[in-house]
Design a protein around this ligand. Structure first.
Ligand SMILES: Cc1cc2nc3c(=O)[nH]c(=O)nc-3n(C[C@H](O)[C@H](O)[C@H](O)COP(=O)(O)OP(=O)(O)OC[C@H]3O[C@@H](n4cnc5c(N)ncnc54)[C@H](O)[C@@H]3O)c2cc1C
Length: 522
């Protein structure tokens, strides 16, 4: 028994995008297998989302939302995708999150939902669960999946590579047909073996790339696995230069990856320098502390250079009474307190960090990639919704909308798709026999993160990008060779994907010579 099997639809990743697609597919009677990297299925970017999700109440307008998204995205957006998000999204928040899953969004004393505003939004149109919105949504989604008989969840399973007709079929004729995806090779941490999982359709929902950078708000799994897998299989990738840097993560070593939500500035929090002076009016007279993220992040970066400082500060005390601040931002308050920062009176030391990937695997309005029967949804995909820069609280909504649209599309065609035959696609070939070298993997990972932060970070120059390209090309060749001769592990899979994803981002950043949105060339 080698663990190989066949399923109807294989979903890779259990964040909001993958979990929504799985639930919507089983609602339509489709059988689903969901694989996810870590043992705890909730571990994802989704789980750590703090601020909220765009929806809107009776007084809001879809047209104004479209305008705000396109303005934040520097007019680089796919208008059709933005209009879909703005018109379908709020209804899905209501049907799936509020009515079906009963996500406990904050309400006012009169029982009405509490709408708030964040950076670059011109209306109060965001729903939140205190400052842990993503956690509440993720847990509700996974609980619903846990109750569903038609979803098989495999935790501790890392997808290694897509199985495609043109790369893997033993039938020579397949080389001349359109390229299609028929499954995934997947590493099972527990048995330390690789399974061949065949499927009529595969959905990649593997999230972002934050871990390729030294400073990030993302958890360790955000390492570009899906992007690299799709690229290796011949899929089109797009807009990879657009990595959004969040202006405010906590700067208090040894704390790592902790985001200080934009909702604090939405509620009136002010960015200040070491002397207590506000500075955002210099960088955005119109929006000031609520400027789009790229402008705010570069404003902080510029002030750090001016003052020779390691960080700037966020003053929360102006937001309300200490009790109001504790009630509105309980997680941020508790986390900072561990580092002896009382956010009700102490300014929070903050620095920008890699946060969100606006580019990704090219998909159409249903999440279809350029490879047949391969879908991509959520942060790993590029629908064009975010253009060159993402507006706050739109990523969770995009995962919900495209998770649903992909599920609709798949369920309408799945009965007509042939089941891939086990005889046509080989089992995993164990070629590597040397034990993985952990020290080498960790050092290479550190090199990539340092290189990307310094040369492909917030402010990019031609000479830095050229140097990064040279080093990443070399590193990719070395790592690919190393990978071929080693026993496969999750860390090795991650290193291989990180190196390729870093190269794709750097190539795109080098090729785009103009500054636009979150891609800034000096
Ligand atoms: C700190 C933080 C705060 C944020 N706040 C907000 C917010 O307030 N509002 C908002 O809209 N957005 C926010 N975002 C962005 C948003 O959370 C993400 O863009 C969104 O949740 C991505 O969802 P996803 O389903 O695409 O990916 P994820 O939620 O990241 O899920 C990816 C899944 O893929 C799995 N995976 C990865 N690689 C593999 C592999 N090789 N094999 C198997 N499984 C794999 C992971 O384990 C995980 O389950 C925030 C992000 C962060 C990090």
């Amino acid at each position: 028994m080698n663990g190989d099997f066949t399923t109807e639809v294989l979903v890779v990743g259990s964040g909001i995008a993958g979990a929504t697609a799985a639930l919507e597919l089983v609602r339509r009677g489709v059988q689903v297998t969901l694989v996810t990297r870590v043992q705890q299925p909730e571990e994802s970017n989704t789980y750590y989302a703090q601020g909220g999700i765009i929806a809107y109440g009776d007084s809001n307008s879809a047209d104004l939302l479209v305008t705000d998204i396109i303005k934040a995205g520097a007019n680089y957006n796919n208008r059709e995708a933005v209009e879909i998000l703005a018109t379908e999204g709020p209804g899905l928040v209501r049907r799936i999150l509020i009515d079906t899953l009963k996500v406990p969004f904050d309400r006012r004393p009169n029982g009405n939902l509490s709408w708030i505003k964040e950076g670059a939004h011109s209306e109060d149109r965001i729903l939140h669960v205190a400052d842990h919105t993503g956690r509440a949504i993720e847990i509700a989604l996974l609980q619903a999946i846990g109750k569903s008989k038609n979803v098989q969840v495999l935790t501790g399973h890392t997808a290694i590579d897509l199985i495609t007709t043109s790369h893997h079929s033993i039938d020579i004729q397949e080389r001349y047909a359109r390229r299609a995806c028929v499954g995934v090779y997947c590493y099972d941490r527990q048995s330390k073996s690789v399974k061949r999982i065949l499927a009529k359709t595969v959905i990649l929902a593997t999230g972002g790339v934050g871990q390729l950078f030294l400073r990030t708000s993302n958890p360790v799994g955000a390492r570009g696995d899906g992007l690299a897998m799709a690229y290796r299989a011949g899929g089109r990738v797009l807009n990879c230069e657009f990595v959004q840097f969040h202006p405010t993560t906590l700067h208090k070593p040894p704390s790592e990856n902790f985001l200080i939500s934009e909702a604090i500035r939405g509620a009136g929090g002010k960015l200040i320098d070491g002397n207590g002076e506000p500075f955002m009016h210099k960088y955005s007279p119109e929006w000031q502390d609520l400027a789009p993220r790229d402008i705010t992040a570069r404003g902080i970066h510029q002030e750090m250079l001016l003052h020779g400082a390691t960080n700037m500060y966020l003053d929360v005390s102006v937001v309300g009474t200490p009790a109001e601040i504790r009630r509105r931002f309980p997680d941020i308050h508790a986390f900072c307190q561990q580092y002896k920062i009382d956010i009700t009176c102490d300014p929070i030391p903050v620095v920008p960090a890699a946060h969100y990937f606006c580019g990704g695997i090219w998909v159409d309005t249903f999440g279809r990639t350029t490879i047949d029967n391969l879908f991509a949804i959520g942060e790993v995909a590029c629908t064009g919704v975010h253009g060159a820069n993402r507006i706050a609280s739109s990523a969770l909504l995009e995962g919900l909308v495209w998770g649903t649209r992909a599920a609709n599309q798949i369920s309408s065609v799945i009965d007509g798709l042939p089941e891939p035959s086990e005889r046509e696609y080989p089992e995993w070939q164990y070629t590597g026999d040397q034990i993985s070298d952990k020290a080498l993997i960790q050092q290479d990972m550190k090199t990539i993160r340092q290189l990307m932060w310094n040369y492909v970070g917030l402010v990019r120059t031609t000479s830095r990008l050229e140097r990064a390209l040279e080093e990443l090309n070399h590193l990719n060749t070395q790592i690919e060779r190393f990978y071929r001769h080693r026993v496969v592990t999750d860390e090795l899979i991650g290193l291989r994907n990180s190196a390729l994803s870093a190269l794709l981002i750097t190539r795109a950043a080098h090729a785009n010579r103009s500054s636009v949105g979150c891609h800034y060339r000096e």
